[in-house]
Design a protein around this ligand. Structure first.
Ligand SMILES: C[S@@+](CC[C@H](N)C(=O)[O-])C[C@H]1O[C@@H](n2cnc3c(N)ncnc32)[C@H](O)[C@@H]1O
Length: 314
């Protein structure tokens, strides 16, 4: 298995530091625990910090429990989807937190485990569920969705212009009973794309696999619900840091951040009207990417966009 390297680790710790240091008993939410790289770094940097960590994948949680064993007294691990932040905090009796971190997408653990069905390079069942205990698998989606819905998903979530041809060939295979594992799907995609288009942009199956993964895990809907909960959970001075790896997720984050950092005062007035100043400010104007040095060490970091805001008023 490829060694897991947490992305932008030092930068995330630095962005959360002022928010953590202003509190006597700081609490941070790690919305995407994974193998616990970011949580470990934060707990080691701040001895009074408590982390509430979410992951929807029980395999990731089992590994994180082991790797964070020495720090277990200061980390509460929750097996849940991150759109359950609000209800989880309420259940724990926590009214506000000092930081929230999202490191979106799949982990290298999930990608490297061929049986999970995320990778097109090895043959495996078409699963792609981050939480294998619930929901439709990729095969269920491919076998039961209409042609129109499949085209919509692959075009929108995969930004794939050959979606209609791919879906026609998927439907032929499903009608013939030959639609099976990840390799079979990757071959169908390859055959559906004209030869000149196959020569650029990496493996042609990448976009279709991304689209199915987003649909199977309802990634965009869940993120759209989760970001406002994370924003609302911050104490004054608290910070929200998000790393997205594909443009559809980054757009959701950007839109939510722009809304809450925009004053309600009409444009052109020199000062904010009473009660209409924004309660949040950008910590990073726009977004940041990873450094070239980090990308050379960890290619996954190349598509990362990092955004951060701070709550400045109650
Ligand atoms: C990129 S990895 C996080 C890696 C982590 N920062 C580390 O250092 O090990 C993303 C993790 O978030 C989890 N995840 C993705 N979407 C989720 C969601 N909607 N709710 C909860 N966990 C989610 C995945 O199962 C995966 O383990």
């Amino acid at each position: 298995m490829q060694l897991h390297i947490p992305v932008a680790l030092n930068r995330c710790v630095a962005l959360l530091t002022p928010a953590i240091e202003k509190s006597n008993s700081p609490i941070v939410i790690d919305a995407t625990l994974g193998m616990g790289g970011h949580t470990r770094a934060l707990l080691e940097a701040f001895p009074s910090l408590r982390v509430i960590a979410f992951d929807r994948d029980s395999a990731a949680i089992a590994i994180a429990r082991k790797t964070l064993h020495d720090l277990s007294e200061r980390v509460t691990i929750v097996h849940a989807v991150y759109d359950e932040i609000a209800v989880t905090l309420e259940n724990l009796g926590i009214t506000a937190v000092d930081g929230v971190l999202f490191d979106l997408g799949v982990s290298s653990l999930q990608l490297d485990d061929a049986d999970r069905g995320f990778a097109y390079s090895q043959d495996a069942p078409l699963d792609m569920r981050m939480d294998q205990s619930t929901g439709l698998s990729a095969l269920d989606v491919l076998m039961t969705y209409s042609r129109t819905d499949l085209i919509h998903i692959i075009r929108l979530y995969g930004e794939e212009k050959f979606a209609p041809k791919i879906v026609d060939n998927i439907i032929k295979a499903r009608d013939a009973g030959t639609l099976k594992g990840t390799k079979g799907l990757a071959d169908i995609v390859k055959e559906s794309i004209p030869a000149p288009a196959r020569r650029t942009g990496g493996n042609p199956a990448k976009r279709t696999f991304q689209a199915l993964r987003i649909e199977v895990n309802q990634e965009l809907e869940v993120l759209t619900r989760a970001i406002p909960q994370a924003i609302a959970s911050l104490a004054v001075g608290g910070r929200l840091v998000v790393m997205a790896y594909q443009s559809l997720e980054d757009k959701i984050v950007k839109k939510a951040f722009t809304e809450v950092t925009t004053s309600g005062t009409p444009l052109g007035l020199p000062v904010d009207l009473p009660n209409s100043a924004a309660h949040y400010e950008f910590v990073i104007r726009g977004s940041e990417g990873a450094s070239e040095a980090e990308i050379a060490e960890n290619p996954r970091a190349s598509s990362m966009r990092l955004r951060a805001i701070e709550r400045v008023a109650a």
